[in-house]
Every structure is written in C-alpha cells, then in structure tokens.
Design a binder for this molecule. Structure first.
Ligand code: PBG
Length: 335
C-alpha cells in the first residue's frame, strides 16, 4: 500500500467520508454477523424439570432434556442453526474405562433423540471426548502414570461417536485431541451407513486455562489427574502446529475444523481459514464468557455492544461460525 502525500492544506484521502453517513457505512461494511453464524453450547442434566445455575457462568443454566427441548424451539424461532450438547454425568456413572460414553441410553444419546424428534431442523452437535465419563476428568483412558493412551482411547471414542450418530446426531465433534481419531470415526460412520453425518473436529484445541468454568459446569474440574492436559492439547505458544493439526484432520475426513479457545487465538483462526480454505469455527469458551459477564455485571463494559463486537471479531478473522454461550442473547439482539 502506497502512502499518498497530502496535497496542500487538506488531506489527500479522507477516510472519514465513507464513515460520515449510515448508508455509506452499511454499503462498505466488510463482514456481517447473523444468527446463522451461531452455535449454542448447552449443559444437559438428568431428570425432569431440572435447571441449575453455573456460578462461574452467570446466565448459563444446566437443563434437563424436557427443558432443553423447549429451549430448542426458541433457538429455531431465533434462527440459530445448531446446538452443541455437553452432558453432566452423575459421579456414579463415571468409570476408568468411560463405558457410559457409548451407552445407547446415555444422557447425550437421549438428548439427541428428543431434540431431533421435537425440532428436526435444528442441527444437533455432540461432543466426542471422555472427560465427562472418566473418574479422573481426563479426556481418555489413562495408564498407571496418568498418561492418556491414544489408541485405546480412540477405540472408545469411535463407539461413542457411532452411538451419537445412531441416535440421530447431525454432527459429531471430537474434542479429545487423540491422533487418528477422525479417520477412525469416519470409517465407522461410513460402515454404519451414516454417510452424511458431519464431523466438526476440534482440530486446534489448546491446553488452555480458559476452560475452568466449563469444567465446573460439567463437574470434571478439580479432579483432573495430573492437573493438566498438556500431553494431548496444544501448547499455547504454537501456531504452525495448528495448521498441521487442521490439515491432518481434513485429510482424515473432517468436514469442519475448529480453533479453541476463541478470542486469544484469532491469529490461528486467520491462518487456518486463509491457508486451508475449509469451514473454520472457533469456540468462545467458558472463560471468555465469564470474563465478559464479570465486566458486564460490574457495569464496566456495555453488555450488548461488547458481546456483538466480540462475535464480529470472529467473523473478521475468517470464521464460518462461532460456538458461544452468548448465542441466544446475540440472536435476540440481531433480530
Ligand atoms: C472437553 C471439553 C472442554 C471444553 C469443551 N470440551 C474442556 C477441556 O478440554 O477440559 C471447554 C469448553 C469451554 O470452556 O467452554 N473435551
């Protein structure tokens, strides 16, 4: 870009002309945010007519399936395309081998069936990972040292994904970061005839400290054996590695890739979307939501404007869509 010298006493280029009126601002706007860009992550509870607040995520509630179905109706009328389910698994159903993860009648599987029956047009995305189902909160099966075993874990993830697809899930979203799990899951889906089940891979998932409130919400916090997920989630210092991860997952059969967390990793979103040209999503995670809400509740930031600005930043970075706990509020604000 050339720098123009200004002529005489006035600026050679007046950037402000196009900002001076609403019509011109609208004409030259480069990005748009709409309800079509939003995916709403929800926490699912056992029981009926159950709702529980999540203290570190003001405004977010865990809901039983019947209440979730009501919410789904509202989502459809707001134009939100998809919901992402995260089951809150009671302690007595957790185990070392996470068998509950692929229970045909598990909470996630039942929630999928209920949602697809009540609101068939709402896309249902399931989380493929074992952390809600293991006693130790790691995303996979561990050895005696607490190391998460890649291939043993993948065998169980495949069963979990197959059970979600059989229940009617439109999209399975592996968030576990095991190597080779996308091709393993794709293979079993094809064999079972689920040729149109989409895979949204959490391809560039960082070992982030922004997930704390989520772990409170699903009850996997505090007890994470080893205290961290550094042996499988990515190092926040890395960027090239994210491209490698995303390219591998696309090659293995992922339809969509995700970067997670969101706002602190928009540089990664930009690189991935620009270099790989595949539908790229980002997850504005629980900690990002909590930070915003803390500022809103203290009156430090203006709620609606900042929420929408934060979501627009994802579009500008190259996202096809955003998983966000603000989905409902944002869709209302965008009506
Ligand atoms: C676990 C999973 C996590 C999130 C989504 N799936 C947490 C983790 O990896 O420990 C985090 C989402 C959020 O923080 O909102 N497979």
């Amino acid at each position: 870009m050339a720098f123009e010298s200004t002529r005489g006493a006035f600026p050679g280029t007046r950037m402000r002309r196009l900002r001076a009126s609403d019509f011109a601002r609208r004409l030259v706007r480069e990005n748009a945010l709409s309800p079509n860009d939003l995916i709403y992550p929800v926490f699912v509870l056992e029981g009926e007519n159950q709702r529980e607040a999540v203290p570190s995520m003001p405004g977010v509630e865990r809901l039983s399936i019947d209440l979730l179905v009501e919410l789904a109706g509202e989502m459809v009328s707001l134009g939100i395309p998809a919901i992402a389910l995260f089951p809150v698994v009671p302690a007595h159903k957790k185990s070392l081998l996470a068998e509950e993860a692929f229970n045909t009648d598990g909470l996630a599987q039942r929630a999928v069936r209920a949602l697809k029956q009540a609101q068939p047009e709402l896309g249902v995305i399931t989380d493929v990972a074992l952390d809600p189902f293991t006693t130790h909160g790691q995303d996979g099966i561990i050895d005696s040292e607490g190391y998460v075993l890649n291939d043993t874990t993948t065998d169980i993830l495949v069963k979990q994904a197959a059970s979600h697809a059989a229940a009617g899930a439109d999209v399975v979203a592996p968030s576990d970061m095991m190597d080779g799990r996308i091709s393993a899951i794709r293979g079993v889906l094809e064999e079972a005839g689920h040729v149109n089940t989409l895979i949204m891979s959490y391809a560039a998932k960082y070992a982030s400290s922004y997930y704390g409130p989520f772990r409170d919400a699903v009850g996997s916090s505090g007890n994470i054996k080893g205290g961290n997920k550094f042996s499988y989630q990515m190092d926040p210092a890395n960027s090239d590695e994210a491209l490698h991860e995303c390219a591998l997952d696309l090659g293995e059969g992922a339809d969509m890739i995700m970067v997670k967390p969101g706002m602190p990793y928009l540089d990664i979103v930009r690189r991935v979307s620009e270099e790989l040209k595949a539908p790229t999503f980002a997850y504005q995670v629980s900690g990002e939501y909590a930070m915003h809400m803390a500022a809103f509740e203290n009156g430090w930031l203006s709620r609606e404007a900042v929420m929408l600005e934060s979501l627009m930043s994802f579009k500008r970075a190259g996202c096809a869509g955003i998983l966000t706990y603000f989905a409902l509020d944002a869709a209302r604000a965008l009506q």
